[in-house]
Design a binder for this molecule. Structure first.
Ligand SMILES: [Ca+2]
Length: 329
């Protein structure tokens, strides 16, 4: 794939996928905070054999395996074994193909949509846990902020909105979700096929056993919910242990800052401020219970939207960042 296509894909990954992840947070307080996936070399259990299991007769899977063998020098027997263990996840198919809405098309967002969205992320728990997360990773946050030129509170806030600081990283086996999305759904099959390709390359490059990483139903991984293509191009080994591991807090902090930096973050510059009336350029309208809110937004606001192309998402990150920063003082 050419570079432009690849870049577009990375952006698509964030624009499309993270929307689904962040808008419906499930707080799982029983999950340990530093939920690192075990890193190991690809297992020897994948020895040469033919393709069996539910994809045994799938021509697209056979073709995909051939492509990975021819273009990336994977061993056919290894991939046959791996895909013989693949599981088709019905709930992933349902989430990718929601029932079509048959009612009248809304012309404006429903009143209070921003208020409802905001309530999910600007909570006492988010603010307090943000302060704790920042304090327990103070060195990494400071270092990432300096190296990449990204205000520290925004690095922390993204991780808060995405995964509640690592408590909600998702429980779906990424290999199964991407295989299901690539071969059992239509809408974004091509995109997910490329992500599956990147996932296998990422696993080989980083020494992950491909059936170990878990993430969102749509294949987003780690504390910052990176898709495999973004993982490969933007993740950094920030704790210098020789592995890029986005389930590790320090690696996630460096990688999120790297992502912001690559997308043009301007350090110590404004993000958004509320104004009284609609007018002028770079104004967004958010529907609060009490009426419309108008905000003047700056280039940094658009950088947050590169992570997830939603005004509400970017505003939630902005307000959580400010709230955490205030509480930390
Ligand atoms: Ca590392």
């Amino acid at each position: 794939m050419n570079k432009t296509g690849y870049t577009r894909l990375i952006k698509l990954a964030f624009a499309l996928i993270l929307t689904g992840c962040a808008s419906n947070p499930v707080v799982q307080t029983d999950v340990p905070q530093n939920n690192a996936t075990n890193i190991s070399e690809p297992s020897v259990e994948y020895s040469s054999q033919s393709l069996t299991g539910i994809y045994a007769n799938s021509l697209p899977v056979q073709n995909f395996i051939r492509h990975m063998v021819q273009d990336y020098n994977f061993t056919e027997g290894y991939l046959n074994s791996l895909f013989s263990k693949a599981e088709r996840l019905d709930y992933v198919i349902r989430l990718e193909n929601p029932a079509p809405y048959s009612g009248p098309k809304p012309t404006k967002p429903s009143p209070g949509s921003w208020t409802r969205y905001r309530k999910q992320f600007i909570t006492e728990a988010h603010i307090n846990n943000g302060v704790t997360f920042w304090s327990s990773n103070a060195d990494a946050v400071q270092k990432a902020s300096v190296i990449y030129g990204v205000d520290p509170e925004y690095i922390v806030a993204i991780i808060g909105v995405e995964t509640f600081f690592g408590r909600n990283i998702g429980k779906t086996r990424t290999f199964d979700s991407l295989t299901t999305l690539a071969f059992d759904t239509q809408r974004r099959a091509k995109f997910f096929t490329t992500e599956l390709e990147n996932f296998l390359l990422m696993s080989r490059e980083e020494g992950y056993e491909p059936r170990k990483p878990v993430g969102s139903w749509a294949g987003a991984m780690g504390l910052g919910q990176f898709m495999p293509s973004s993982f490969r191009s933007l993740a950094v080994d920030f704790n210098n242990d020789g592995h890029r591991n986005l389930w590790d807090q320090q690696d996630a902090i460096g990688s999120v800052a790297h992502y912001f930096s690559k997308n043009g973050w301007q350090n110590n510059r404004p993000v958004a401020e509320q104004i009284k009336n609609y007018g002028g350029e770079s104004i967004i309208e958010l529907s609060a219970i009490t009426g419309s809110e108008y905000w003047h937004v700056h280039p940094n606001f658009k950088v947050i939207k590169k992570y997830n192309n939603s005004d509400k998402y970017a505003m939630a990150v902005h307000q959580l960042a400010q709230a955490i920063k205030q509480r930390r003082l």
